[in-house]
Ligand binder design. Structure first.
Ligand code: FES
Length: 89
């Protein structure tokens, strides 16, 4: 077993990060965030702090961040964690 404090190892401490699917919009991510690209390079989150919005409509010109384009293109994402009940009426 490796030492969790070793360089290159992930910290053993776990902090809850919330990812919320916004209504017909981006994923809102809140918590201590380290966002990296496909090469492992870290994005500069600047003054975004611990809250970012990630595009899930595919239309943003600032991917992976949301730039509001989802509203202009009428993006719809109706999925829910719990399915709605259909009463048949
Ligand atoms: S979700 Fe906002 S631009 Fe894609």
């Amino acid at each position: 077993m490796s030492d969790p404090g070793s360089p290159g190892e992930e910290s053993a401490a776990v902090t809850m990060v919330e990812i919320k699917a916004r209504e017909n919009g981006p994923y809102r991510v809140e918590g201590p965030i380290r966002l990296v690209d496909a090469d492992g390079n870290e994005y500069d989150l600047g003054d975004r702090g611990e809250v970012i919005a990630l595009c899930r409509c595919g239309g943003s010109t600032t991917k992976p961040f949301c730039d509001g384009t989802h509203s202009k293109k009428g993006f719809e994402a109706a999925e829910r964690a719990v399915a709605e009940e259909h009463t048949g009426e």
